[in-house]
Design a protein around this ligand. Structure first.
Ligand code: AGP
Length: 613
């Protein structure tokens, strides 16, 4: 998704902006640009298609020998194209008609066509295909020397989502920022203030941050921040302390962020469990669930909503809530939930599962669930994210920054938290002390179980080597391993571009088996489980048609010897086994993508956080 970084201070802004864009690269983008403001107020904009390194080269060349090298104010942006192709004219920043102000924008102006038509009727000659330019020109129409006022007047006419930073020739040293539906965070430095769409871009400069709320408009200078809320009331927003460690957003010696994050999972899952397992009472302690034990006891149904990998995590959670908590649970793609006029009420608990906490469809599902009166909790990674703040309560997964577009540690963190929630709700219902203690003990093993899978990295890489040239692959599972099969297929397709499909193992014979040709890799999640024999029968049906069976099996398990390849995961509770199994499939996908020479951390066409519908 797009990234924003802005700077108002006393240092040259250009290197700070470019460094911030580099820290935002992981979000996925296809062009970039910046605007610098000289002390006189003069604005200079430079844009480039492609990577930040291209913009950097262009900035260096064009600023050489000019006063802008020392310009102490600027805004910058990485663009993930939504309206208009990734071209230089479409790259941000965009200017008002008189070029007296410019802005960078995250989000979508949904009524931009009507705005553009009105402005064109007044003589505006647009130079881009973007919705952002319409906003820049609209602000320019309202500007009469008070930038904050002009921004407020223009935004009052806008429908959609935005996070913007605006600077104007006539107000040197002043930046106006505003957000609605697209995150913005202010960084408070010594004699300098920054703004960014993601705190990761700020850690190199400050750890003191202010997360803006939807509707906020802030006037930012080197030494002051004045915030007004959606009702134009002056607000003192809380100053938070960033826990992000600059090293955490670096690769730490790994070839890719994805590999680093795969190997972080013993620690990230340990963080998800930390302080939340009560072995003695065989339950979980989840302060973030906020609601009273009675309120939780009155829940009659759980609805899990999310997108992509987070949806798959929710699908694993569904089994846990049914098996451990005797609760009716269902999973709905957030994009479906938000528009189907969901049958949801006060007896329902809606769990919004999201790594970024900014996914537009999941955020909209949260808002719809709240309107319907459901109890809404978040299962989110990014603290301060919109979903985290709009649900108001929930359980953070504490996975740390997930830089790779392909989600790995967030998935296992989400599943771990959902298993904790199921344990907690189960013990408030029919789950016995003995069973609760057994579940808690299995969950406590997870960091070690994941470590055992990671120790098989080379063996899994060898399996990957024998399937790296395949153009099709199928992942099969039953029960809670069905969503793990879906997730394994998603990992493979999104980073290696191999066509991969996940299926319920029993479904293969109802059509998809027609696709098998000799040598097609079929990855079967054949770990110890009540349905193991059924899964294995499905594997043999595929093998009989020439498929290469890659079986994920439990250590010490008898059976499955006919598999062409075996990936062994530690033996553990079938629900808990979803996490080590997922780690094995993450490594498999990573090594296939590596062997195919793919752009693993920033796959083509993908963005880290999809804040548009
Ligand atoms: C997963 O590898 C993808 N990056 C994508 O499916 C992601 O899970 C989805 O966009 C949801 O994002 P969220 O968890 O931040 O809401």
């Amino acid at each position: 998704m797009c990234g924003i970084i802005g700077y108002v201070g006393r240092q040259p802004a250009a290197p700070i902006l470019l460094g911030g864009l580099r820290r935002l690269e992981y979000r996925g983008y296809d062009s970039a640009g910046l605007a610098l403001q000289a002390p006189s107020g003069r604005l200079t904009a430079i844009r480039a298609v492609g990577k930040v390194m291209h913009l950097t080269a262009k900035v260096t060349a064009e600023l050489a020998g000019t006063p802008e090298v020392a310009a102490p104010v600027g805004i910058a942006h990485t663009r993930w194209a939504t309206h208009g192709a990734p071209t230089e004219p479409n790259a941000h920043p965009h200017f008002s008609g008189d070029r007296r102000l410019c802005l960078v924008h995250n989000g979508i102006i949904e009524n931009y066509r009507a705005i553009r038509a009105r402005l064109e009727a007044k003589g505006h000659a647009f130079v881009s295909e973007t919705d952002t330019e319409a906003l820049a020109r609209l602000i320019g129409e309202h500007y009469q020397g008070d930038l904050r006022k002009a921004v407020g007047q223009a935004l009052a006419q806008v429908e959609g989502a935005y996070g913007i930073a605006v600077i104007a020739v006539d107000e040197p040293g002043v930046m106006v920022v505003a957000r609605k539906g697209s995150p913005l965070v202010l960084g408070l430095g010594e004699g300098e203030t920054l703004v960014a769409s993601d705190a990761a871009a700020l850690v190199a400069h400050t750890r003191r941050v202010i997360y803006l709320d939807d509707g906020d408009i802030a006037v930012v200078t080197a030494d002051r921040v004045d915030i007004r809320d959606r009702h134009d009331v002056v607000r003192e927003r809380e100053v938070a302390e960033l826990g992000l460690d600059p090293g955490a957003v670096e690769k730490g010696g790994y070839a890719h962020f994805m590999l680093k994050e795969i190997h972080e999972q013993p620690e990230s899952v340990r963080n998800a469990l930390r302080g939340r397992l009560d072995a003695e009472h065989g339950t979980a302690v989840l302060a973030g669930m906020g609601t009273s034990a009675r309120e939780l006891a009155e829940i009659q149904r759980i609805i899990l909503v999310g997108c992509g990998t987070s949806l798959h995590a929710g699908q694993v959670g569904e089994f846990a809530f049914e098996d451990w908590a005797d609760l009716n649970a269902e999973v709905q793609p957030a994009a479906e939930f938000r528009y189907r006029n969901p049958l949801v009420g006060s007896r329902d608990l809606v769990l919004a599962v999201s790594q970024s906490g900014e996914t537009a469809d999941t955020l909209a599902a949260v808002r719809e669930a709240k309107v319907k009166g459901a109890l809404v909790l978040g299962v989110v990674n990014v603290v301060g994210s919109t979903i985290a703040r709009e649900t108001g309560q929930g359980v953070f997964i504490h996975a740390g920054p997930e830089i790779s577009v392909a989600s790995t540690k967030a998935f296992t963190g989400q599943v771990a938290v959902l298993l904790l929630m199921a344990l907690r709700l189960g013990r408030g219902r029919r789950l016995s002390l003995e069973r609760g203690r057994a579940v808690a003990a299995e969950l406590a093993r997870l960091p070690e179980l994941i470590g055992q899978v990671l120790a098989q990295n080379d063996a899994i890489a060898a399996v990957a080597g024998r399937m790296a040239t395949a153009e099709h692959a199928y992942f099969l599972g039953r029960g809670p391993m069905h969503p793990v099969a879906l997730e394994g297929a998603l990992k493979l397709k999104e980073i290696s571009y191999v066509h991969a499909e996940g299926y319920h193992a029993a479904e293969m014979k109802h059509g998809p088996i027609a696709l098998l040709t000799p040598g097609t890799p079929v990855i079967v999640l054949a770990n110890r489980s009540p349905q193991w024999d059924k899964v294995w029968s499905n594997a043999e049906e595929c093998k009989a048609r020439g498929a290469r069976i890659i079986a994920v099996v439990s250590a010490g398990q008898v059976g499955g010897e006919q598999a062409d390849e075996r990936i062994v995961i530690p033996d553990c509770d079938p629900l808990v086994a979803t996490i080590p199994a997922a780690v094995a499939l993450q490594l498999l996908a990573y090594h296939v993508a590596r062997l195919r020479g793919c752009s693993i951390d920033q796959p083509r066409n993908l963005a880290k956080s999809v804040t548009v519908e």
